[in-house]
Design a protein around this ligand. Structure first.
Ligand SMILES: Nc1ncnc2c1ncn2[C@@H]1O[C@H](COP(=O)(O)OP(=O)(O)O)[C@@H](O)[C@H]1O
Ligand SMILES: Cc1ncc(C[n+]2csc(CCOP(=O)(O)OP(=O)(O)O)c2C)c(N)n1
Ligand SMILES: [Mg+2]
Ligand SMILES: [Mg+2]
Ligand SMILES: [Mg+2]
Length: 329
């Protein structure tokens, strides 16, 4: 199979989005949109950084890579519409595996009626996927990290630490129970774009998705909004079988593990009932985990009230790339 055969095999015969004018097959794609704001994001996935062949099938790699991107659209309040895939393919990948990878993206994309409208294919040394997503949000309705205000309730979707636990279990098979659940949470995370769309009527909502760990993202939200954001450790939701791990593992994974792709939001107390209702109607778990306060003029950031009831700064610690890049002398 060459580059052209691959493109032929992934090209959609029909498109689902009414705004598409030109999809795969020319120098670029075109869609037309005048009524709504257009939201776009890109994320890159590299073998042995974001996934390994030993713990993920090609299908899972495709599925999770697109899921991670859709998660960013959801965190902006956007409805997913399109994606473009730039792929670097090493010689070690065969046709079947590439089909599996694209099938994973197709399955995830179909769940949100998304169309694949372009990309790029090159050979290289390390399997690398760079996915660009495009979505729509009603005019001026995007949900920024900077929208939190003192008095807001802090909430999260889903449970925390499952993805990191899943990766650990994949590397330590047969030592723990409920493997299938944790494997799935790592390989095929659930995304909550439908829940966020249902919240469109709320006048104000701050949102961030959790890719690097709640500690990092809570700080991002607090800094962007110039507030202090406090989380109760005891209120952070974890799954039933999460308690089989050591206290250290649980603490580390739920706060700093990342890749759960859950959402963290803040909402005025008056909107909390609506959030719970829309969560129920979209089968989304939501939990109230803390509150937003004024931080004065400085000292924005996130705090954690531990089991001992002592409040401490929540360290900005999680997954961070490029720690190896040296500063100029
Ligand atoms: N290499 C880059 N060039 C331009 N913008 C970038 C680059 N890397 C990240 N960004 C931008 O920085 C912001 C934060 O990115 P990131 O931490 O990757 O967000 P997320 O965790 O939501 O994926 C985003 O606006 C993103 O588009
Ligand atoms: C083999 C492997 N090692 C480590 C991890 C954990 N991991 C890799 S990247 C990452 C953070 C999220 O990735 P990033 O590129 O920072 O995404 P973004 O924040 O841009 O959405 C985590 C927790 C993994 N999933 N697989
Ligand atoms: Mg990113
Ligand atoms: Mg994000
Ligand atoms: Mg990151």
């Amino acid at each position: 199979m060459d580059e052209f055969a691959l493109i032929d095999s992934i090209k959609q015969q029909t498109y689902k989005q009414p705004s598409i004018i030109k999809g795969v097959g020319d120098d670029a794609a075109i869609f037309r949109q005048s009524a709504q704001d257009i939201v776009t994001a890109v994320d890159t996935f590299v073998e042995d950084v974001h996934f390994t062949r030993s713990t993920m099938d090609p299908f899972h790699i495709g599925y999770r890579s697109l899921a991670a991107n859709i998660s960013d659209l959801a965190a902006m309040g956007a409805d997913p519409a399109f994606y473009l895939v730039s792929i670097v393919i090493p010689q070690s990948w065969n046709e079947n595996e590439l089909n599996g990878l694209y099938q994973g993206m197709r399955d995830m994309g179909n769940a949100y009626n998304m169309d694949l409208i372009g990309g790029d294919t090159v050979s290289g040394k390390v399997l690398t996927l760079s996915i660009t997503v495009i979505g729509y949000v009603p005019r001026d309705k995007a949900r920024y990290r900077s929208m939190a205000k003192p008095g807001d309730i802090v909430f999260v979707t889903g449970t925390f630490g499952d993805s990191a636990a899943g990766l650990f279990m994949l590397n330590h098979p047969d030592e723990y129970t409920d493997e299938a659940y944790f494997y799935r949470k790592h390989r095929m995370p659930a995304i909550h774009a439908d829940f966020v769309s249902e919240l469109e009527f709320l006048p104000r909502l701050a949102l961030n998705d959790i890719s690097d760990g709640i500690a990092n993202e809570a700080n991002e939200l607090a800094e962007a909004s110039h507030v202090s954001l406090t989380i109760y450790e005891d209120k952070l939701p974890v799954s039933t079988h999460f308690h089989q791990f050591t206290e250290d593992q649980q603490f580390k994974w739920k706060l700093f593990g990342g890749e759960d792709f859950e959402l963290m939001g803040t909402v005025p107390a008056s909107g909390w009932e609506d959030v719970k209702q829309m969560a129920a109607s979209t089968q989304t778990q939501v939990t109230d985990i803390g509150y937003v306060e004024s931080s004065g003029n400085s000292d924005h950031g996130a705090f954690l009230i531990g089991r001992n009831q002592i409040k401490k700064r929540l360290e900005k610690k999680g997954y961070t790339h490029l720690k190896q890049v040296k500063k100029n002398e």
